[in-house]
Design a protein around this ligand. Structure first.
Ligand code: XMP
Length: 510
């Protein structure tokens, strides 16, 4: 199978690079720079290598580096941002801090006629985010693009097939980013582009069928698309030896628990155990307001419940989880800085009484998981169900969690979702939900003064949940949701709409 190595130096957009490559039907594998050796790279037979961005300066002693002999492997390389600076530095060029400040945001790029810029106009918009820049390209490298602030916005050595771009072709703000990556993959690396997520899933099913033969596997099913796809995938591989444990932690959306139970048990005939553990979670969360603590507690309690179930079942060797690739990276398992821990990878206790943990989707992006879901016959409504965080409503209740707050949020959220769905928008938001803030404000109802909590509505559109735009919901939808929430949910006196994008905000409030 042809594949591209995305050598991860810790930038925030690293997964996007892999995703963009896979969108062009070339398998991309991300490896952290400090967890792969030169020999491994040589032996893996990659078609090409992409050096990712990184948060550092190449002259910082703590900055991530790599064996300079990587430039002599004969594999085509494309360095992006820090990756471009690093390869310039490794090849003997110079990198300096920009005298006129950092370059950030949409920027006019002037590119030369070059294979990397095939079918890219001479002037186009690119996305810049850097402080250092390549001040002197290495010998035998030629500058092939520039911006006003950055005299070397792209450089290359055609003999060696090594290229660097200071801008980010992987973010959508770079107008011709996909085209530039396409040129690298197909013209420079000679890829064929025959990779497909469904083939990958079939291989995985066949692999698990033999690897897990005779073993009982326990899966944490939440009913979200990730764990649902993981469940069906494993169900296809090992049938009734897959036992799905659905922990209802009491932090699910309205009627969600019953829906999940019905779908899996009745429609798919999956071996399912539902554990109603709401009280137990609530007790452990009592008095806790700090977001990361909440996540950790929920993660730990989840595992405990599983362990207890596993003990009841007996002979369970493997724990399966629906972790997907963005969870892995955002939890700091890659080189990127930790943003927030995800309960399914961040909160695992050190001692765990399963022999093995498998994460069938850990290499996959959300859209790839969805296309596998469709292939496995998951109904479209489930495949396209909006994501819901593992810790559930806990990360949407700011401050301490109480039964009363859960009840308020559940109702407000159900109304908001109902109104968005009723509006039948042609292209609706990818995720939308209500948040219960800890701000109480004064209201008036009839002739009486009220003092109630503020609910926030959040709607975002996104391709990958790594970046997201706040969604421009029609005012009528917001109006109906707001008046219904304040009218129908006792305790809420005000509704606000969140107009922050990611970055700098995240999708969830906690
Ligand atoms: P953020 O808030 O990180 O959210 O911008 C990105 C996407 O991830 C979901 N999310 C989570 N999913 N466990 C999960 O399984 C979590 O702890 C968690 N936190 C956020 C979020 O709903 C959004 O779709």
């Amino acid at each position: 199978m042809e594949k591209i190595l995305v050598l991860d130096f810790g930038g925030q957009y690293n997964q996007l690079i892999a995703r963009r490559v896979r969108e062009q039907h070339v398998y991309a594998e991300i490896r952290s720079y400090d967890r792969v050796t030169l020999d491994e790279i040589r032996d893996a037979g990659y078609q090409g290598i992409i050096f990712t961005g990184g948060p550092n300066s190449v002259y910082d002693p703590a900055s991530p580096h790599f064996d300079p002999r990587i430039l002599k492997l004969g594999m085509p390389i494309l360095g992006i941002c820090y990756g471009a600076q690093l390869l310039a530095f490794l090849a003997g060029g110079e990198v300096s801090a920009a005298m006129n400040g950092s370059e950030y945001g949409k920027t006019l790029l002037r590119s030369e006629r070059h294979i990397l810029f095939q079918n890219v106009p001479e002037e186009s918009i690119c996305w810049m985010s850097h402080t250092d820049f390549i001040s002197a390209p290495p010998e035998n490298y030629r500058v092939i693009a520039s911006t006003v602030k950055c005299p070397c916005a792209a450089l290359g050595n055609d003999m060696k097939k090594i290229y660097g771009v200071q801008f980010h072709p992987e973010v959508t703000h770079t107008e011709y980013g996909n085209r530039i990556l396409h040129n690298f993959l197909f013209t420079i690396c000679s890829c064929r582009g025959d990779w497909d997520a469904s083939d990958y899933a079939e291989q995985m099913i066949a692999g698990y069928r033999s690897e897990l033969a005779g073993k009982k596997v326990l899966l944490a099913l939440s009913g979200g698309v990730d764990s649902s796809v993981a469940a069906l995938l494993l169900h296809r591989a090992i049938g009734q030896n897959l036992i799905c444990v659905f922990v209802d932690h009491g932090l699910l959306r309205k009627d969600e628990g019953d829906f999940v139970e019905r779908t899996f048990r009745e429609t798919f005939g999956v071996n399912l155990i539902r554990v109603n553990a709401g009280e137990r979670f609530l007790q452990r969360l009592s008095g806790v307001a700090e977001p990361e603590r909440k996540r950790k507690i929920i993660g730990e309690e989840f595992i405990r419940v599983f362990e207890e179930e596993a003990r009841k079942i007996g002979h369970v060797h493997v724990l399966a989880q629906g972790t997907i690739y963005p969870d892995v990276i955002e939890s700091g398992k890659g080189a990127s800085a930790v943003i927030k821990s995800h309960h399914n990878v961040g909160g695992l206790p050190d001692v765990i009484s399963f022999d093995e943990i498998i994460e069938p989707l850990r290499e996959l992006f959300k859209d790839e998981v969805r296309s596998i879901g469709i292939m496995l016959g998951l109904p479209r409504e489930l495949v396209w169900r909006q994501p819901f965080p593992g810790p559930g409503l806990a990360v949407r209740i700011i401050g301490e969690i109480t039964a009363e707050k859960i009840k308020i949020l559940r109702e407000a959220d159900a109304i908001f979702r109902e109104e968005v769905e009723a509006a039948r928008l042609n292209e609706g938001p990818d995720q939308y939900f209500a948040v219960l803030t800890d701000t109480c404000t004064v209201g008036v109802m009839g002739d009486a003064r009220t003092y109630g909590v503020t609910a926030a509505l959040r709607a975002v559109s996104t391709d990958d949940f790594m970046t997201a735009d706040w969604f421009r919901l029609p005012y009528e939808v917001l109006e109906r949701a707001s008046s219904r929430i304040t009218g129908e949910v006792p305790g809420v006196s005000r509704v606000v709409f969140d107009i922050s994008s990611k970055p700098p905000a995240t999708v969830e409030w906690e």
